[in-house]
Structures are given as structure tokens and as C-alpha cells.
Ligand binder design. Structure first.
Ligand SMILES: NC(=O)C1=CN([C@@H]2O[C@H](COP(=O)(O)OP(=O)(O)OC[C@H]3O[C@@H](n4cnc5c(N)ncnc54)[C@H](O)[C@@H]3O)[C@@H](O)[C@H]2O)[C@@H](O)CC1
Ligand SMILES: [K+]
Length: 478
């Protein structure tokens, strides 16, 4: 698991550790890691040009000490001080002692433009709001110059706790973060600015994370494996209420996701039966109402369902069932909040940003800019597990004390019609296999993103479904 903690949690852990360590020890650990990564980025240190853009806080101090380490190895290091009178005094002294030099911001543009490596030590977890004009201009010159930009702790200008970007922010090639990931390094729009993120341990003892990201090994532990005694009911039967005479494709895609999620059988209910059977003859198809379809251990309702009276009744009926339910797409528009809140079995909602915006009464842009807030608010409002789809897919549990999961897999090619239908079927299948809601949603998001990556390049939604078994093998090793 990869964990991300809030600024407050980092500050608390830092305070506890600093009380036991000699002064400056933590900063030296941070600077050592920063210099190692800088040297790796440079390849050869001796004779290379390094610029250290330093603000007034400890973030600048880390960068100045790292600059001193590289200067001792023969790099030509110049600090560009944004607030010369408030620069980290001991860090600056170390750099000058090691043979580096320092200039003010006015001379900085030429320095960063020529540098092979630029450290962004403008602000770290103490930063508020976007970059100020002078810093923004300097970092634009750095990018135009073509040297590698290495952000110290996080790209300056991004919000560490939320991943929001209020104004201009640094676009880094590499970010070296200390002690733990910060939510902003994992959640867009900020995550996209962080480049490749390296974690440097500094010995912090941290409590519960704010955000976490599953890794391969976590997933292998979560996914169901059939045993010798498994029959279809033990493995779980998932019911899919999706598609319609007009939109049979969504039914086919949701069923194809469900068939590859480890459930023992898939029941399909709705008007898309002939299309489903043509593609997936193993499906148990019926055209009546959900309650007449026979036993299921979980329901998926909504993709391509339309919004007529029959669709509305089907959503209400499924929500009244005492088994886990996933609601997607049209189902999100047709469901009643009271009906969702009244449920005792798990509910999973899987909106994209536009659907989340409609449910919250916010603008879509606001949801995209503040994804962490949006997913938490939705989970609380509906008392449900919410998977918010998008460039960084997030999964929140109704209990705000539970960490939000951010999906580390996926590709921009996934933004294609029907890929959400596959995801809903896959998630429903894992619910039927009795995974808890948050695990089912985050494991499905992971497999779905991995399956898309494995198809390498432009893809159709059915390609994603067909790559799920390979993604599963990739995770579980067979
Ligand atoms: N917390 C920890 O455990 C450790 C922290 N370290 C470093 O210390 C950093 C935090 O240091 P600080 O608390 O001094 O805070 P920062 O260095 O992040 O920034 C605070 C300073 O920047 C100014 N500032 C805030 N927003 C600004 C903006 N938008 N533009 C320009 N200036 C702005 C503030 O007035 C303040 O002077 C971490 O990010 C990390 O780099 C490391 O030395 C290692 C240990
Ligand atoms: K920074």
C-alpha cells in the first residue's frame, strides 16, 4: 500500500521526532535524499550546472543543503533566492562554504535557463495558494531552458492536502517527497504536475493516512480465488440491470465486465437480452423485473438503462433488495437519495465528474478541481461508497475516518464510451464474491486500469473487458 498523510499529520510526526533528534537532523536526511536523486537525474555530477530556487522556509533549506552536497561533488551550484533576507541561513551558509554562489531573483532567469537541474525549493507543505508572479516567471524560464525540474517535497503552488491547484504551480519532472506521500501527489490536477515521485524516508512515525493507493501485492490479497468446493452460489451470482431495446450495447459491456470479475454466474435483466446472449451465451437472461430474476448476491443497475417508468421502477426495486447494489449512469439520475440512505446492505455509486456534479448541485469544473472534497461529500450525502471516475479515480467510504483510495493504474485511453459499463459489471462481480464495498470498488478500478494499460494504445471498451483476465494474472501470478 502507498500512504499519503495530511500536512497536519506530517507536522505532528515531525514534532515528535524532532524532540528526540539533534537539531537539523531531519533536514539533513531530506537533503541527502534530494542530492541522491539529483545526482541520479544528472547522471554525472562533476561540471554540471545546478540551480536552487529557494523560498523563505525549510523547503528552501532542504534545497540549499542538497545544493551544497552536489557542489562538494563538483557541480556548479547557484542559489536563486526569492527572499534573500529570509533565506534559510544555515542552508545558505553550507552552500556558500561548499563553493556555491547565490543571486537574487532578478538575475535568476538566466541562471535557471542554463541549468541542467533546477531544484524547486520555493515552498513545501507550508505553502498557501499558487506561485507568486516572480516565482512563476522564474519557473517558466526554467522549463524553457530544458533542464530537469526536481520539486522538493511537492511542486510549489499545489495544495498538499487536496491536490487542488489554485493558481500557477511548478511542473516537475521528478518530485522527491519526505516521510510520506502527500494527497496532492496522488490526486489530479496536482498529481499530474509532480512527474515521477520518489519517497525518501526520514523516520516519521505516522498514524492513519488520509489517502492510500493499492499496489499489486495488496490486490493479490483482496481478489477472490475459487476453492475446490466452490459452486456458482458460493462464488456469487451478480445481477445486471442495464441496457434497453435502444441501448443494448451497455448491457453487453456491463455483462462482459461482470463475467470476468470472479462471480460464479451473471444474471441479466432487461431489454438487451438477445444482444447479451449473442455475445455471452453463458449469461442467465430474463426480461421481467429484477425481483423475478432469481437469487443474486449483488446487483448492478443503471448503464444504458434509459429513464422511462420501467427503468425507474427497476432502480427502486434493486435498491430495496437486501444485497450489495452498485448504481451507475442512468441509475444515478433515477435513484432516490432516501432509498439509498435507507439501505443496510452496501451501496456503491460510480459517477464520473459530470454525474457527481449533478448529484452535488455543483459545476463539473468544481468537481474536477476538487476531486477529494467531491468524493467525500458524495459518500457522506448518500451514506454510500462512492467511486468517482476520472484521471485519478477515487473511492470514498461513507465513514469520513476511512482513508480515500486513489487508483494508481489507468491510462488516458480509458476515456472511451462504454468503459464505465465494463467497470460497473466488474465491480458488481466482486461485490457478489463478497468483497466489502470499498475493496470491491478499488480492486475493480485497479484491474480495469491495468487491463486498459495492457491493451497499449487506442482501445474500445470491449478490449478492456477482454484484457481483465490478463490483468488478473498479472496481479495474482496465474
Ligand atoms: N515536516 C518535516 O518533517 C520536514 C520538513 N522538511 C521541509 O520543510 C518544509 C516545510 O517547511 P516550512 O514549514 O518552513 O514551510 P515552507 O518552506 O513550505 O514554506 C513556508 C514559507 O513560505 C511562505 N509562503 C507560503 N506560501 C507561499 C507562496 N504561495 N509563495 C511564496 N511564499 C509562500 C511562508 O510565508 C513561509 O515563509 C517541507 O515541505 C519540507 O521540504 C524537511 O526539512 C524534513 C522534515
Ligand atoms: K517545492
Amino acid at each position: 500500500m502507498r500512504y499519503a498523510h495530511t500536512v497536519q499529520a506530517v507536522r505532528d510526526a515531525e514534532g515528535a521526532l524532532m524532540a528526540r533528534l539533534p537539531e537539523g537532523a531531519l533536514m539533513q536526511r531530506a537533503a541527502a535524499g534530494l542530492a541522491v536523486v539529483g545526482a541520479r537525474v544528472l547522471g554525472r555530477v562533476y561540471g554540471r550546472r545546478v540551480a536552487v530556487v529557494a523560498g523563505s522556509g525549510s523547503n528552501g533549506g532542504d534545497a540549499l543543503y542538497a545544493g551544497a552536497r552536489l557542489a562538494r561533488r563538483g557541480a556548479g551550484v547557484t542559489a536563486v533566492l526569492l527572499a534573500p533576507e529570509r533565506a534559510h541561513a544555515a542552508g545558505l551558509r553550507a552552500l556558500l562554504d561548499a563553493g556555491g554562489r547565490a543571486v537574487g531573483a532578478a538575475e535568476g532567469a538566466a541562471v535557471v535557463a542554463r541549468a541542467d537541474l533546477v531544484y524547486d525549493g520555493i515552498v513545501g507543505i507550508g505553502g498557501k495558494g499558487g506561485l507568486r508572479a516572480e516565482a512563476a516567471e522564474l519557473m517558466r524560464a526554467a522549463r524553457a531552458g530544458g533542464g530537469a525540474v526536481v520539486a522538493v517535497d511537492l511542486p510549489s503552488g499545489v495544495d498538499a492536502d487536496t491536490g487542488e491547484v489554485a493558481g500557477e504551480a511548478v511542473r516537475a519532472d521528478v518530485t522527491v517527497t519526505f516521510g510520506t506521500y502527500k494527497p496532492g501527489l496522488l490526486i489530479d490536477p496536482a498529481a499530474e504536475l509532480a512527474g515521477a515521485v520518489t519517497l525518501v524516508g526520514i523516520g516519521l512515525e505516522l498514524g492513519a493516512p488520509e489517502v492510500e493507493a493499492l499496489q499489486h501485492a495488496d490486490l493479490a490479497g483482496l481478489l477472490p480465488r475459487p476453492s475446490g468446493e466452490s459452486d456458482k452460489y458460493r462464488r456469487g451470482v451478480v445481477g445486471v440491470v442495464a441496457g434497453s431495446d435502444r441501448y443494448p450495447g451497455a448491457a453487453v459491456l456491463a455483462v462482459s465486465g461482470a463475467l470476468r470479475g470472479g462471480a460464479g454466474a451473471v444474471r441479466y435483466v432487461g431489454g438487451g437480452g438477445p444482444a447479451v446472449l449473442a455475445r455471452h451465451p453463458e449469461t442467465l437472461v430474463s426480461s421481467g423485473s429484477p425481483h423475478e430474476a432469481g437469487r443474486v448476491q449483488a446487483w448492478v443497475v443503471g448503464p444504458g438503462l434509459g429513464d422511462d417508468a420501467r427503468a425507474r421502477t427497476a432502480v427502486a426495486e434493486v435498491l430495496a433488495a437486501d444485497v450489495p447494489v452498485l448504481v451507475d449512469a442512468d441509475g444515478l439520475r433515477l435513484m432516490s437519495r432516501d432509498a439509498v440512505r435507507a439501505r443496510t446492505a452496501a451501496t456503491v455509486l460510480t459517477p464520473h465528474a459530470g454525474e457527481a456534479a449533478a448529484l452535488l448541485g455543483r459545476a463539473r469544473e468544481e468537481v474536477e478541481a476538487s476531486r477529494l472534497t467531491a468524493v467525500r461529500d458524495l459518500a457522506e450525502l448518500f451514506g454510500a461508497t462512492v467511486l468517482l471516475k476520472g484521471s485519478t479515480t477515487l473511492v470514498a467510504a461513507p465513514d469520513p475516518a476511512v482513508p480515500v483510495r486513489v487508483n494508481p493504474t489507468g491510462t488516458a485511453w480509458l476515456a472511451t464510451a462504454g468503459s464505465g459499463d465494463v467497470l460497473s459489471g466488474l465491480t458488481g462481480s466482486l461485490l457478489a464474491a463478497r468483497l466489502p464495498a470499498r475493496d470491491a470498488a478499488s480492486a475493480a478500478g485497479y484491474l480495469h486500469g491495468l487491463a486498459a494499460r495492457l491493451t497499449e494504445g487506442p482501445l474500445a471498451a470491449m478490449d478492456v473487458a477482454e484484457s481483465i483476465p490478463e490483468a488478473w494474472r498479472n496481479v495474482c501470478g496465474g
